[in-house]
Write a protein that binds this ligand. Sequence first.
Ligand code: HEM
Length: 426
Amino acid sequence: MLKLDGLTRWVLTIICGYLFQAGFKVLYRLYFHPLKNFPGPWLAAATGWYKFYCDVICGGQYIFHIRQLEKELDSNIIRVSHNHLLINDPDFFHEMNPSFYHRLPLTNSLPALADSKLHGVRRRQLNPVFTPSAVAEALPTLSINLESIGEILSRAKRDGAAVDIQADFFYLTYCGARLDDVYVKRRHKEKPSRDTGKRTLSDVLLDSAEGKGVHLDRKYLIDESVLFMFVGTDTTAYALSFAIYYLLTHQEILNKLRDELRGSEKQIRSHDWPAVRKLDYLSAVIEEVLRISCPVQGFLPRVVPPSGCLVGSTFIPGGTVISVPLSGISNSEVIFKEPSSFRPERWLGDSGKSIEKWRVQFSLGPYACIGMKLSQMEMTTSLAYIFARFDLALHDTDSSSMQVFDYLLVVNTSHVQVMVLKDHWG
Ligand code: HEM
């Protein structure tokens, strides 16, 4: 008989115990779990390694794989992990959002807070940074940053060089999200300063807690800043880059936009952004870019209340995590005629009114995007400024550059680059 020393016996006991527990878990998830009858890959129901494989090894592919499975299995409800269902039902999106809470794995940050009361407190702390008047306060900085981008494009025209305009959009949105200025200065090859005189996100959070007996620890400030760094910059920069791509590949739409911008050149040149914000066609272009590019394509988890809920005639047990994908709404042929076509006109006039309730790319309810107004302002000002001033052409950018991957936020294969053909203000 094989003789084992004490340590080996302990190690083997732990490994066997672990394997037994894992095996038991898998059996339970596959044959006894309340979601056992929902369609979906059995490996995804059994273990988180399936999602890991699609997202980490194959690179941000899980949501797209599941959306494909919806078609293959002909079901709008797919079990994506042992306790998580993806529900592609746009009407249910409106039903669940006012009350279901949710969680994300960024432990200490705002959207991760499953406790709706704590979420409400944190949200009230942050709200002052995103009110319309606070966004208006950010406009002078936005104007300065736009002039810097104008300078970069103008110089590129003189030098006949290509510009990675997507990188410049990161720079613009980084400032907007009130993060500190290290990245910005680096891009301009200046030395980062510690005190810029501008209030950063951490300043706002610390000020809001002062004198109220609220202690904001370092870990919380780091988590919140990391979150803002991604959600406050990448989303808008991504949408702006898609706007450049779609406009430069749809000449007729670009001409219409240019006509509108020409009529407001005075306001654009004087940075009268509140007036520019009222331009109908520009707003429709932005809405359509958001719809078709869908900057948040992944899971937006919500937890079903203990009493459960009905999706159509299907009962979903309480405690189940569910997500309704925004891309399912964007691509719905029931809601949008020819959803894969870029048609800003759909958001205008009576047709626009009839789809008003599907302006959902910033989500709805208590967890809806806190930065929506800021992001809309950044997109309006950037597109107005760039297309009023410059004639551009895509450089080294085609449909393959716009293939997307989902790493919690969506990224495209390679940055949008442009050549500057003409500087109308130069
Ligand atoms: C095109 C731009 C953007 C899009 C499409 C977008 C979309 C979204 C979506 C879909 C959510 C999730 C809501 C949910 O779970 O239902 C969200 C949450 C959030 N967004 Fe945005 N976002 C954008 C820009 C921004 C910006 C510029 C900021 C901040 C500077 C920001 C900050 C946040 C925060 C903090 C949350 C969490 C809100 C909460 O849990 O209360 N986002 N966003």
